[in-house]
Design a protein around this ligand. Structure first.
Ligand code: UT7
Length: 323
């Protein structure tokens, strides 16, 4: 059977770092509160010359270099983002153009913080369905542009950045020993849509709007939803927490990550945590975390890696990959 195997990775961060200390000068907060409640120590903030498309392009080029490929080798550019450069066209076609590609196809995927997991599952279907042989899957965000910088309950949490993976069609045996995506599980429940949303849009206010969140409400549902979908991935493949080499979660809050891993019986040394460095970069957080753990040699070929995310919608999901 056809499997979607990871061929390369890349990441990009804005030039400017914003520490918790700097936030203390903007809103009534403290480094201590932010670290204790979230684990975040700093985040990157896009400058005027940096956008979702420019960061996405940079991550894409790094992934192509890492894979030893060129844009000519790519059939599909799939971008997970909730902060597109324009309402339309899709920022994915902007990136496609920046890469000099006039072949293939490109589109955006919007599942907020679960965007990268949704995009990986979708890319896998396009590969296994024979639509594409190689897919550039990008998660890129500039959440700093939709934050209310006077609201301390949200502005301290998010950051900007981009990460990318290249998935490639390869023959597998149909067992969990195969390299590539082994299973994907996606969920959503729109009855929670007002707990984490942006209060603007083309069809309602005609404005971009600002991010609004009932943090405590999101927190309350997060661990249960995350563990449920990871358990579904274990069940579908006959694997267990012991078989897992790495859990690479969406990086929203250290307490949610630790709570989920504990409930699943996954020891902390198998969990990749980068929320301290990047803050919550929504759809970019998983590929950014992957890029750190791949660059420092933690994740190796053959490792069993679980990606998971939960966010606005609510949406949530998990993807199990043999690296
Ligand atoms: O990626 C998408 C998914 N999003 C998430 O996963 C976010 C989920 N939620 C969370 O991570 C947490 O709920 C937060 C980090 C947002 C908040 O942590 P919490 O432990 O749930 O705090 P809380 O909202 O219950 O607030 C506790 C106190 C409040 O004061 P009172 O009412 O107890 O006097 C807040 O006003 O902390 C106050 N507070 C702050 N204090 C200093 C809220 N924000 C801040 C702040 N600095 N930035």
């Amino acid at each position: 059977m056809i499997r979607s195997v990871v061929r390369g990775y890349g990441a990009a961060l804005p030039k400017r770092v914003m520490t918790n200390k700097e936030l203390e000068t903007l809103v009534d907060t403290s480094d201590e509160w932010i670290v204790q409640r979230t684990g975040i120590r700093q985040r990157y903030i896009a400058g005027d010359d940096e956008t979702t498309a420019s960061l996405g392009e940079q991550a894409a080029r790094a992934a192509l270099d890492n894979a030893g490929l060129t844009p000519d080798d790519i059939d599909l550019v799939l971008l997970a983002t909730s902060t597109p450069d324009n309402t339309f066209p899709a920022t994915a076609v902007n990136i496609q153009n920046r890469l000099g590609m006039t072949h293939g196809y490109a589109f955006d995927m919007q599942a907020v913080c679960s965007g990268f997991v949704y995009a990986m599952a979708t890319a896998d279907l396009h590969i296994r369905g024979g639509m594409a042989k190689r897919v550039l899957v990008i998660g890129a965000e500039t959440f700093s542009r939709i934050l209310d910088w006077t609201d301390r309950t949200t502005c301290v949490l998010f950051g900007d950045g981009a990460g990318a993976l290249i998935l490639e069609a390869a023959e597998g045996e149909g067992t969990v020993a195969d390299r590539g995506i082994l299973t994907s599980h996606l969920r959503s429940d729109g009855s929670h849509k007002e707990k984490l949303y942006v209060d603007g849009g083309p069809s309602t206010t005609g404005t971009v709007g600002h991010l609004r969140m009932e943090g405590r409400e999101v927190f309350k549902h997060a661990v249960g939803m995350i563990t449920d979908v990871i358990e579904a991935a274990f069940e579908a493949t006959g694997t267990t927490a012991e078989d897992l080499d790495w859990l690479v979660p969406h990086q929203a809050n250290r307490r949610i990550i630790d709570g989920s891993a504990k409930k699943l019986g996954i020891p902390p040394e198998k969990v990749v945590v980068t929320v301290d460095l990047h803050g919550n970069t929504s759809a970019a957080s998983i590929p950014l975390a992957l890029s750190v753990a791949l660059a420092d040699g933690r994740i190796k070929k053959g490792d069993l890696v679980m990606l998971e995310a939960m966010g606005g919608g609510f949406t949530w999901g998990a993807v199990l990959i043999r690296w």
